[in-house]
Design a protein around this ligand. Structure first.
Ligand code: ATP
Ligand code: MG
Length: 391
């Protein structure tokens, strides 16, 4: 059966009071953007729903997949627009829908009705009862089960009338572009792509910064990060990726500072440099994949020390997540297989055998003093030589 319409449901947007139209318009824009490659569609909003009508041929799976990548959607219902809102057309249309959609009729069902137009002359309960009877007359093997039906046949009456019985889960969250922009520190690991996905799910647009250390880290490690950015960009949209050559900064830290403090000091410089690019591009927050206690550099003391260099707020969507929960999300969004490819990260190369787990800001700042003016130059060079990759 060819569905001509998709009814898009959303939830949190409806809580937004007077600003609601801004969120709905963004959602419509995002839907249009995601469907651009799938065919021609009319996207319109109508009282708590977005209706997507196909104006050309399209591939069903492709459209569902595209809509499932749009944040802000809670459910997608492939629907058929009925000939008119007259009761006869609703009844006839629903029977046709059943014939085309099901091959056998030995299941239980319940009819649901939602009326956007409260002036419609027949009430929702009347439609449910009447249509239930019509369906039982036409398909005598069907059974009604109002408590736990196998199939939910739904009629929606708005400017037009629709019938549907399938509800596909959407990505949830808030439409992209409704919450400002943030800079993601993106490594090749499992966590940071998930963190980027999660912050974008709250409507935040993202840019990303990746620190690499050639020749200690290979071109393939960089390709891996680009691939990860491409995968999450299916959800987050366009990403401006900053690739920073971090080798000389890292070597200078390695040669100058106590080795058990390397990771913390490195992380502080990463934050500083990422914040520089963030400020330049009007990002109003940093995002990392850190989670309390996951490694030595992510104890609360380490996070306190790292945080101290930042003036922008640092968002850590995974802060209370167990590794397995993060892995589950990375599998769901399709980054896991790429994240586990065995290419080295710049943090793992210069890592100490016994890193500090309870650093103090005082001790770290004292060690950093030894880095001197040379460090300022190296940071400036790292910033000046940044490579920008548009994903
Ligand atoms: P991930 O799986 O995200 O790499 P991880 O468990 O390996 O996380 P760390 O290496 O301690 O954790 O990194 C913590 C966070 O610091 C990462 O989630 C990421 O946001 C940032 N980060 C680490 N390495 C890099 C890098 N090379 N480039 C950019 N950001 C990085
Ligand atoms: Mg990492």
């Amino acid at each position: 059966m060819v569905y001509k319409a998709f009814i898009v449901k959303y939830s949190e947007i409806s809580l937004k009071g007077k600003n609601r139209f801004i969120f709905e318009d963004k959602l419509c824009d995002q839907i249009s953007l995601h469907l651009k490659e799938c065919g021609e569609f009319l996207v319109k909003k109508e009282e708590g729903r977005v209706f997507v009508e196909a104006l050309s041929d399209y591939d069903y799976d492709e459209v569902i997949d595209a809509l499932q990548h749009v944040f802000g959607i809670t459910a997608i219902c492939p629907a058929v627009r009925l000939k008119s809102r007259e009761w006869e057309d609703i009844a006839k249309g629903a029977v046709e829908y059943m014939k085309e959609n099901y091959s056998s009729f030995d299941f239980t069902f319940k009819v649901f009705c939602k009326r956007g137009d409260k002036h419609y002359p027949i009430t929702s309960p009347e439609i449910c009862v009447n249509l239930g009877e019509v369906l039982l007359d036409n398909f005598p093997t069907l059974k009604v089960d109002v408590k736990n039906p196998q199939e939910k046949i739904t009629i929606e009456i708005r400017n037009d009338a629709y019938v549907y019985s399938t509800e596909i889960k959407g990505a949830g969250g808030m439409p992209l572009g409704t919450s400002g922009k943030a800079m993601l520190l993106l490594s090749g690991g499992i966590d940071s792509p998930v963190a980027g996905y999660m912050i974008a799910k709250r409507g935040v647009t993202i840019e990303a910064t990746y620190f690499h250390a050639p020749p200690y880290t290979s071109e393939r490690a960089k390709e891996k990060v680009i691939d990860l950015a491409k995968i999450i960009s299916k959800y987050t949209g366009h990403i401006k990726l900053h690739v920073v050559n971090f080798t000389d900064v890292q070597l200078h830290i390695y040669e100058t500072c106590p080795h058990d403090e390397l990771t913390i000091i490195m992380r502080r410089y990463m934050m500083m440099i990422a914040e520089h690019f963030a400020n330049k591009d009007q990002c109003i927050g940093l995002v990392t994949g850190e989670s309390i206690g996951q490694v030595a550099s992510q104890t609360m003391q380490s996070l306190l020390t790292t945080n101290a260099v930042c003036t922008l707020p640092v968002y850590r969507p995974l802060i209370a997540f167990d590794k397995q929960d993060i892995i589950d999300i990375s599998e769901k969004i399709g980054t896991f297989e790429t994240s586990i490819l065995p290419f080295e990260d710049c943090c793992t190369i210069f890592v100490a055998k016994h890193p500090v787990t309870k650093p103090t800001l005082q001790a770290i700042e004292k060690s950093e003093k030894k880095l001197g003016e040379k460090m300022e130059e190296l940071v400036k060079t790292a910033i000046d030589t940044v490579e920008i990759i548009e994903i």
